[in-house]
Design a protein around this ligand. Structure first.
Ligand SMILES: [Zn+2]
Length: 495
């Protein structure tokens, strides 16, 4: 595929982006029925006549999903509709057994908001056009082909467990003026949105499990032009890195098409995560193709103004305010703070401090061991598999002398392997430091006896030489000793 150099694209064209983010809510039951929404169950075990769209079944809206939708709207500085309806979006697709999806069309529950995002110290305001409610579709699994795609597959299987799971779709207005930073702005927007959703506790926001999915619309217009170019929509870009990569790639691909005198086809495209490019999908339907009309089986939604204000009072601290607060409270150096921001660790450190750890200790664990393990696993820090409460517990065990830093790393191994909380891991793996003075004393004496030359040097006043003896004891105790106490004992016995 022909692509243009990124710098050359910017010299000739202005990128315009639109981001659509689908968020699966973490409600216990589905949007219009009582079926479970739990992830990972046996296919087609969480279904009923309503979410299978069987004739005669009638939907009932999930109140908790409406509440979450309103809270999301408020957190994105949106207006909340005082009256709105669900709509039928008609299309035939095997993963939507009713042949229509219940969504919202011209009456979204939340509209006209914004989210400020920061890129390299510069703030970009991303306008949010709307946040609307809808139901998720089922999942198709294409079997027998090389790619997992329908092309070349022998047959397809359908799993309706996901059909009817509550979704919120958050749609931005066209994002212009970002220029060379467009790919980074897209990434920063999705990252900031995810942080807000996590703070609201309305979704698992796990991009790799699909509970947060981003579609990136990208177009180019010649510099100085007033009319947007034709856009493409890259679907289901499921990591932050891919959001940035997909926007950048589409800019370069479209730049090549336009500069050779071609036209960009309006279509959906697929992001190839492994290879870092997009491939064409189906040509894009327009709203007319869906024949929207108000859903006749559901009553309108008219949230009471007092209820909306009650929900507003439940919103967590906005990210910008939280950043200002923790910058003051934690007392980190500028460099430390930059590292924390770079690792996306503000939220987890804040929660770890709230769970009782000092800011320095929280930073040490998250930016040391846990960042490394998150990178190895290719996941975000908050998804590494250890919670802020567990990190605070780990630090308590270190401060209380139950374990040392070296053992703490083994405790982290255990927690990440699903062996339970730090205390359980210490108990089941037998990791606590040896506090039996008799055993320590015997190990120290054995080390002195085995290294008479070193012992003589320490006796002669070369205290640095004690390191070799301490090392021997720690090795003998398999790391499960308090090194400071061992040092004391060595010096005591040789003084
Ligand atoms: Zn159901």
């Amino acid at each position: 595929m022909d692509v243009m150099d990124f710098e050359d694209v910017l010299a000739a064209y202005e990128p315009v982006m639109g981001l659509e983010v689908h968020v699966e809510l973490n409600t216990v039951s589905k949007m219009f029925c009582g079926c479970s929404t739990a992830f990972g169950a046996e296919p087609n075990t969480q279904v009923c006549p309503i979410c299978l769209g069987l004739p005669g079944s009638l939907p009932v809206i999930n109140g908790k999903a409406v509440e979450s939708a309103i809270r999301i709207g408020l957190a994105l500085n949106c207006q909340i509709a005082s009256w709105c309806r669900m709509a039928r979006k008609n299309y035939f697709y095997p993963d939507m057994p009713k042949d229509y999806q219940i969504s919202q069309y011209d009456e979204p529950i939340a509209f006209d908001g914004y989210l400020d995002v920061e890129v390299d110290g510069e703030t970009f305001r991303v306008d949010v056009e709307r946040a609307h409610m809808e139901e998720d579709t089922g999942k198709s699994l294409h079997v027998g082909g090389a790619t997992g795609r329908i092309q070349g597959a022998d047959y397809s299987l359908l799993d309706y467990n996901r059909a009817g799971v509550p979704l919120i779709e958050i749609v931005t207005r066209p994002i212009t003026g970002a220029g060379e930073k467009a790919p980074q702005v897209a990434r920063a927007y999705v990252a900031a949105l995810r942080e807000i959703l996590r703070g609201l506790d309305v979704s698992d926001v796990r991009m790799e499990q699909g509970s947060l999915r981003c579609d990136a619309n990208v177009s180019l217009m010649p510099r100085g032009a007033a009319v947007f170019g034709t856009r493409t929509e890259t679907k289901n870009v499921n990591s932050l890195r891919s959001v940035e990569g997909a926007v950048r790639y589409e800019m370069c691909r479209q730049g090549a098409v336009l500069s050779e005198g071609g036209t960009v086809r309006q279509e959906t495209r697929h992001w190839n995560e492994a290879e870092g490019f997009t491939t064409p999908g189906r040509s894009k339907e327009t709203a007319e193709d869906y024949r929207y009309f108000p859903e006749p089986d559901l009553v309108p939604i008219a949230p009471d103004a007092a209820w909306v204000e009650e929900l507003r009072a439940t919103l967590p601290e906005p990210p910008a305010e939280r950043l200002a607060r923790v910058t003051k409270e934690w007392g980190f150096t500028d460099l430390e703070m930059r590292d924390v921001l770079g690792a996306g660790a503000i939220g987890v450190i804040d929660q770890t401090v709230a769970a009782g750890a000092t800011p320095q200790a929280a930073r040490k664990w998250w930016l040391g061991e846990l960042v490394r393990r998150a990178n190895e696993a290719g996941v975000e820090l908050a998804e590494v598999g250890m919670t802020p409460a567990q990190v605070a517990e780990l630090q308590r065990l270190v401060e209380g002398g139950t374990i040392n830093d070296k053992l703490a790393r083994q405790v982290i191994d255990g927690v990440l392997a699903g062996e339970g909380d730090p205390e359980q891991v210490v108990a089941t793996r037998g990791l606590s430091v040896v506090s039996d003075e008799g055993a320590l004393s015997a190990a120290v004496e054995a080390a002195i006896a085995a290294n008479p030359g070193v012992a003589d040097k320490v006796r002669a006043g070369k205290v640095q030489a004690a390191g070799a003896l301490i090392g021997a004891v720690m090795k003998e105790m398999k790391g499960q000793a308090d090194a400071a106490r061992v040092r004391e004992l060595v010096l005591e016995k040789l003084s």
